[in-house]
Design a protein around this ligand. Structure first.
Ligand SMILES: Cc1cc2nc3c(=O)[nH]c(=O)nc-3n(C[C@H](O)[C@H](O)[C@H](O)COP(=O)(O)OP(=O)(O)OC[C@H]3O[C@@H](n4cnc5c(N)ncnc54)[C@H](O)[C@@H]3O)c2cc1C
Ligand SMILES: NC(=O)c1ccc[n+]([C@@H]2O[C@H](COP(=O)([O-])OP(=O)(O)OC[C@H]3O[C@@H](n4cnc5c(N)ncnc54)[C@H](OP(=O)(O)O)[C@@H]3O)[C@@H](O)[C@H]2O)c1
Length: 267
């Protein structure tokens, strides 16, 4: 990890969904920036008192010489970083550190099945992995990859076309979308209702030969882990990245009513 903070400049911005903005940055010192697909960067954003607040974002593009970095930011109501990142102007500069993170493709023994699970912008690490996944699938005829993405409505889907493109090209890449609030009937044959973990019972998972990645909503991660451990997965077979800490109490009305504090990363 690059521990010395450095400055990046905003080059492009566009809305990916009604609540997610994609931001593209380059380094102001023009030095190259290497990262491993699945890693994240951390902005150091000054608050009103001048204190630097840390906020992390997974890189959504895949690394290439001289490539900028792309992140996708979901709007959190009344969020400190949300207010800053949704109101940037092209050319604005931000301080950051990174890259870091362990939600990366395993370099050891190849798994027979990668199960990649995400909610919302938690899918960005997997988008960064797409070329590497395509290469691995090409090289290993026994490898299978399943991506499960959970969002509320179809309008909240991000990078759908990229995942569909690989699924069309490569029969062993499977893409399933779980829509938690969309009305029936669903528009596409890879759309399902409910939460991503509903899929687990349908996938013939095998703890001996599968590796699971979980990214995004902490309640999804905790519930998924519990389900996976029930069917025999060990901690070593599950990699995870929580976008905010699962604290406080769970209510019957979903996460909108939860009290959640702080910025952190739990693995
Ligand atoms: C390793 C890592 C990678 C991350 N990658 C991404 C990414 O790629 N894209 C992305 O959009 N976010 C990502 N996050 C989350 C991001 O770092 C911020 O937490 C998020 O943008 C909210 O920051 P904020 O300052 O706007 O909200 P805050 O001011 O920190 O929070 C406002 C309120 O909302 C709660 N809250 C914070 N985050 C969420 C949330 N996601 N959902 C619901 N309530 C929340 C807080 O507890 C608080 O009550 C990542 C987090 C980690 C730890
Ligand atoms: N005000 C608005 O209109 C609005 C709209 C969208 C998002 N938001 C807020 O924006 C922030 C980011 O939203 P986001 O949609 O990117 O991420 P998110 O709130 O983490 O939700 C992403 C998906 O995960 C689902 N989910 C929630 N709990 C789960 C669990 N225990 N297991 C499995 N899946 C679960 C959600 O379903 P459910 O939410 O249906 O339970 C949703 O389909 C959040 O603060 C969110 O509350 C607000």
């Amino acid at each position: 990890m690059i521990r010395q903070p450095f400055t990046v400049r905003l080059k492009q911005q566009k809305m990916l969904t009604p609540r997610v903005i994609e931001l593209t940055f380059t380094r102001t010192d023009n030095l190259s920036f290497h990262f491993i697909p699945g890693q994240f960067i951390t902005f150091l954003l000054p608050n009103e008192a001048g204190k630097l607040m840390r906020r992390s974002y997974s890189l959504a593009n895949s690394p290439a010489e001289g490539a900028p970095w792309v992140i996708a930011v979901a709007a959190v109501d009344h969020g400190f970083a949300t207010a800053k990142l949704f109101n940037l102007t092209l050319g604005d500069e931000l301080l950051c550190i990174g890259p870091q993170g362990h939600l990366i493709l395993d370099e050891g023994e190849p798994a027979a099945h990668y199960l990649l699970v995400a909610t919302g912008t938690g899918v960005t690490p997997y988008r960064s992995m797409l070329p590497a996944l395509a290469q691995r699938l090409e090289k290993d005829p026994l490898l299978k990859v399943t991506l499960l993405l959970g969002v509320r409505y179809t309008q909240d889907l991000l990078y759908e076309a990229d995942f569909v493109a690989l699924a069309k090209k490569q029969a062993r890449f499977h893409f399933h979308v779980y829509l938690s609030r969309e009305a029936m009937p669903l528009a596409k044959d890879y759309y399902y209702t409910g939460y991503v973990q509903n899929a687990f019972n349908t996938l013939a998972l095998n703890p001996m030969h599968n590796l699971v990645y979980l990214c995004g909503n902490p309640y999804m991660i905790d519930e998924s882990k519990a389900k996976l451990q029930e069917i025999g997965f060990s901690r070593q077979q599950i990699k995870q990245e929580k976008y905010f800490p699962a604290k406080a109490f769970v209510t019957a009305v979903g996460n909108d009513a939860l009290k959640i504090e702080g910025q952190g990363r739990e693995r």
